[in-house]
Structures are given as structure tokens and as C-alpha cells.
Design a protein around this ligand. Structure first.
Ligand SMILES: [Zn+2]
Length: 222
């Protein structure tokens, strides 16, 4: 589905993967659940582009539903993979970047989650830092939005007003909300991350879960 010129969201995946088309190649933002590779590559093929045209895979954070198909997509495309240092270390260790908040009575659930939801360790190529500007979508800024997890980052394109906020905020038909409490590492930092993103001059919010929010100014959960 097209969001703006050269910006798409892959439909029918539970965690959103975004595709940015630049003259020199394609960029993916987040890598979806495990076994999402074929759906993402089919969408890219529908844009008339082969897998090798994907040059970058940018990761907002290390949660399993955002990196589940990372290794498979990297293998299929040869893309450069990038994440913050904290999240890259978690991905390399095959673990979450924060402790779970599930109650201890949920130990069976926790064991099952660990077994089925922890992707294999993967070495990310490039470490991203707050303020860095990537040669994507006219200059894509890396924004430190820790809170949902310790190394969460968002990506903001000032020239288009598009913010890719990962799970620092979630969206639904009612609008934009903060990071879901049960998945939030530090609620105060998470709220500061919302404030920071509200001050950027965002026009379009592309979240990790939920619909894209157009005309986003004034809709931030402050
Ligand atoms: Zn998450």
C-alpha cells in the first residue's frame, strides 16, 4: 500500500514493514515476524524490483516481531543491516534487549515464547546513533526513542514529514497511543520519546503496529 511517493507499507503482516524506494535502491524498515520473507519479497517484486535492489534494512529495535525475518531477508537481498548498539547486541545474542514483564505464573508461556519467538543470533552490520542522517528518503534522521526498550530508535524524514516510530507509539482507528505498558521497559523514557517525536514537525506517522496516521500534527498522545 502506498503511503507517499516512494514509501509503502507491506500489507497483511502483523508487524509493519515499510519499503522506501530511492533512485539508488530500496530500504526496508523492520523485518517482520518469522516467515514473513516471502510476503515482503512478493510485495517488492510487485513494485517491479528484484530482491537485490534492497540495499538497507533499518531496525527500530530487537523485538522478535520486528527482526523475525531479518536473517532470511538479508540472505535474499544482500542488504546492509543497521540498528542501535544496544539492540544490535541483543540481536547478536539472540535475546530481548529488556526483561519481560509477564507475571512469574506465566512461566510456561515464557518458555514457549523463548522457544518460538527468539530469532537465532544475527550480527548486524552497522551501528546507528542518535542524530545520524542516512542517505534515504532525502535524509533520514536517526532519533533515539528509548523507553519501549533500552535501544529503541525511530527514523524521521524532515523533507517528507514521515516518521517511522517502531513501537515507541502504536496506532489504531482511534489515533496514536504510547508504547503498550506491558511491553514498555521504562514508562518515563517512553513518554519523553513521545514528546520528542511530537516536536519534530511530523506529518505522517508510520508505526510498527496499526494503520498509518496521516495529518498527525496535534494527534500525539502527550
Ligand atoms: Zn516492540
Amino acid at each position: 500500500m502506498k503511503i507517499a511517493d516512494g514509501v509503502f507499507v507491506v500489507p497483511e503482516v502483523a508487524a509493519n514493514t515499510y519499503v522506501i524506494v530511492d533512485p539508488d535502491g530500496l530500504t526496508l524498515i523492520d523485518a517482520g515476524l518469522p516467515r514473513s520473507r516471502d510476503r515482503i519479497l512478493r510485495f517488492i517484486s510487485g513494485l517491479g524490483r528484484p530482491p537485490r535492489d534492497v540495499k538497507r534494512i533499518l531496525l527500530t529495535h530487537a523485538d522478535w516481531d520486528h527482526i523475525g525475518s531479518l536473517a532470511a531477508l538479508q540472505k535474499a537481498t544482500g542488504a546492509l543491516t543497521s540498528a542501535s548498539r544496544i539492540e544490535a547486541e541483543a540481536i547478536a545474542a539472540g535475546r530481548s534487549s529488556r526483561p519481560t514483564k509477564l507475571p512469574s505464573s506465566a512461566s510456561l508461556i515464557r518458555r514457549l515464547m523463548r522457544r518460538f519467538m527468539s530469532p537465532r543470533p544475527f550480527q548486524v552490520d552497522e551501528i546507528l546513533a542518535d542524530g545520524q542522517v542516512l542517505p534515504v528518503l532525502g535524509g533520514l534522521q536517526v532519533v533515539d526513542t528509548a523507553g519501549h526498550c533500552p535501544g529503541h530508535i525511530s527514523f524521521f524524514s524532515p523533507s517528507t514529514g514521515i516518521l517511522f516510530c517502531g513501537d515507541s507509539m502504536v496506532t489504531d482507528e482511534q489515533g496514536i497511543h504510547g508504547s503498550r505498558p506491558i511491553f514498555t521497559w521504562d514508562p518515563v523514557m517512553a513518554q519523553n520519546a513521545v514528546k520528542k517525536q511530537a516536536s519534530l514537525g511530523v506529518r505522517i506517522v508510520c508505526s510498527g503496529h496499526g494503520p498509518v496516521v496521516m495529518d498527525a500534527a496535534g494527534k500525539f498522545p502527550l
